[in-house]
Design a binder for this molecule. Structure first.
Ligand SMILES: [Zn+2]
Length: 279
């Protein structure tokens, strides 16, 4: 089955991973800008990172027939450095017309601090000024519930924000309902240690239905599994879910969400596949 991974950090992965993902049916992916594992020293460091995301990774992915898209921002961890964050935000428009850019992300909160909120709102402003879609990172573990609510409140207070163009990521059982009820898209991150397992993600799909819900691997430089979406496909098949439902969450939903971005120039891998495909 063809699928799209809406959240994966390929700058941290090897070319062998691209090959494996292609063999498993991955036809497109989107890569939000994130924390490198250390704080970067200057705006030039981010400019080089954005060149990697807009120039190098699409070419590396294309060698395996995978379409690579990206989102730009300074992440919530480094947002504590407000002056550097403002320099990065001022530089981002240089890249917004690059052919694989979908929008601003992954922005959000990490420890739910005042500086993080300030920079989050300035990113939202940037997105609104340039009619960009938004991809949101919600905090981990004990900060998740409160941080998610803070983020949703900030977004809902801005009448310019079209919620159908915002993906709120890393939802879990205690945050998914509010995200969907308030009209946003929700992303479930399948991680081997923290966040959702494929089993828990399938439980969530069974409880809330497939609308505006999609899984991702968020594969990065830490413990993570870039092939987590095929694991979810297997779990859904094991539980007897129809292929049409599986295809909706792993392929059609990301397609529908991304298609709202002018940077999304998706070429379907096989136009004849859709209805005729067999398990
Ligand atoms: Zn991420």
């Amino acid at each position: 089955m063809y699928y799209i991974d809406p959240h994966i950090h390929m700058v941290s992965r090897t070319t062998d991973d691209y090959e494996t993902l292609a063999k498993m049916g991955c036809v497109a992916m989107s890569e939000p800008a994130f924390w490198a594992g250390f704080d970067r020293g200057s705006v030039e460091s981010f400019r080089d990172y954005f060149r990697q995301l807009t120039e190098f990774e699409p070419k590396r992915a294309a060698q395996y027939g995978i379409q690579h898209y990206t989102w730009l921002c300074i992440n919530a961890k480094e947002a504590e450095n407000v002056s550097l964050s403002r320099e990065v935000i001022a530089m981002i428009p240089e890249f917004l017309d690059s052919p694989n850019v979908l929008g601003i992300g992954e922005i959000g909160l990490n420890k739910n601090t005042k500086n993080e909120s300030t920079i989050f709102l300035e990113h939202v402003d940037l997105a609104m000024e340039h009619q960009q879609q938004i991809l949101i990172h919600t905090p981990h573990l004990e900060d998740k519930y409160q941080g998610t609510r803070m983020i949703l409140d900030m977004l809902c207070a801005d009448s310019r924000v079209d919620r159908s163009r915002v993906l709120v990521d890393h939802v879990e059982e205690h945050t998914v309902r509010e995200v969907l009820d308030r009209g946003f898209w929700a992303g479930m991150t399948l991680y081997p240690v923290t966040k959702c397992t494929p089993q828990r993600a399938v439980d969530i799909i069974e409880m809330y239905g497939p609308e505006r819900l999609m899984p991702n691997s968020a594969g990065d430089w830490g413990p993570s599994k870039p092939t987590a979406i095929p694991d979810l496909i297997l779990e859904m098949r094991r539980r007897g879910h129809p292929e049409s439902l599986i295809r909706k969450v792993v392929y059609e939903n990301p397609l529908e969400f991304f298609s709202q971005s002018r940077g999304f120039r998706f070429r379907a891998p096989d136009a004849t596949v859709s209805k005729a495909e067999t398990p």
